[in-house]
Write a protein that binds this ligand. Structure first.
Ligand SMILES: [Zn+2]
Length: 309
């Protein structure tokens, strides 16, 4: 299995969910061993690698920070890039936050269809998990209950994501899948961000969701949805799995591991990545092709062309 990058550039633009700041994004091919790297074009192309050591404070979205330079809400774009098996790419951006677009990863998947994918002449390196690691924290709403996340050895990249929100349209939802371009596209990419109507005013007071609207987030009322229809009956659980994959991209390499998230969120996702990377006895880096390596090939629509770097 060889490393990949994109064939040609693609662009999009829009406002950030939390800052409301308008920005432009350009996906640019990158050489082998670059990884996924954001470049702030408004700051002399300052690079911010999509890696665990650059994770900043995380609450309602995942933000990266390097030498004081911030970049917010990376998770949906990273979920698309990571699931499509793109190892090396520059993401040029001229603002502080990745555009939210329609609140899902579908617009980013459409960009990746435009860019295509090509193989590079360098073997892909995987981060293969050797020992389990679990992180948990008390569930603030429920005494004695925990939110938790764990990562376990596996020969392929598999996620299981369980959510439980006390709402008639949500309740308990669970998504389990091997992550591949095909499964991501069909099962998760279209699932949108959501929030509860009762949380809107408090979030605004915290300076968040300044760019939020009925065009980029599902808003749940006490007993229904303000801006239906939903794209899937379990769109909420699917979106949480999308967020999880976008945060796991911060491992910096494709994972050979199984990840289970139980009522987790960005904070637990990124804590897991940071703790994993901080303990090299838990993993190894390998170029050995996994038995299920076909799951990580770019999907057919991206039509790889022969190696030519
Ligand atoms: Zn999200």
């Amino acid at each position: 299995m060889f490393q990949t990058t994109i064939i040609r550039e693609a662009r999009t633009e829009g406002i950030g969910l939390h800052t409301g700041v308008f920005g432009h994004i350009r996906l640019v091919p990158a050489p082998a061993d670059t990884g996924i790297v954001f470049r702030r074009t408004d700051l002399d192309n300052f690079p911010i690698e999509a890696q665990g050591h650059n994770v900043a404070k995380v609450s309602y979205a995942t933000s990266l920070m390097k030498q004081g330079v911030l970049l917010s809400t990376t998770e949906h774009l990273l979920a698309a890039i990571y699931s499509c098996g793109i190892d090396n790419i520059y993401i040029d951006i001229d603002s502080i936050e990745v555009p939210i677009l329609d609140g899902s990863a579908e617009p980013f998947m459409q960009m990746l269809e435009q860019t295509g994918v090509r193989k590079l002449r360098r073997k892909r390196r995987y981060l293969k998990v050797l020992k389990p690691l679990e992180v948990a924290e008390a569930d603030p709403g429920k005494t004695g209950q925990f939110r938790r996340i764990g990562i376990y050895p596996a020969d392929e990249f598999r996620v299981r994501c369980y959510v439980d929100f006390p709402h008639p349209l949500v309740g308990q939802q669970e998504v389990e899948m091997v992550v591949s371009p095909e499964t991501f596209r069909h099962l998760l990419a279209r699932a949108r961000t959501f929030c509860f109507e009762r949380d809107i005013a408090p979030l605004r007071e915290m300076g968040l969701i300044r760019g939020g609207s009925l065009e980029n987030a599902i808003v749940l009322t006490n007993d229904g949805v303000m801006n239906g229809p939903l794209r899937f009956p379990d769109e909420f659980g699917r979106h949480k799995a999308l967020d999880l994959i976008g945060d796991l991209a911060l491992a910096g390499l494709p994972l050979l591991a199984r990840v289970e998230a139980h009522k987790a969120g960005h904070s637990l996702h990124t804590q897991l990545v940071s703790k994993l990377l901080a303990d090299p006895t838990l993993w190894t880096i390998t170029t050995d092709e996994a038995p299920h390596a076909e799951h990580t090939t770019p999907f057919a629509a991206l039509s790889p062309v022969p190696a030519a770097d």
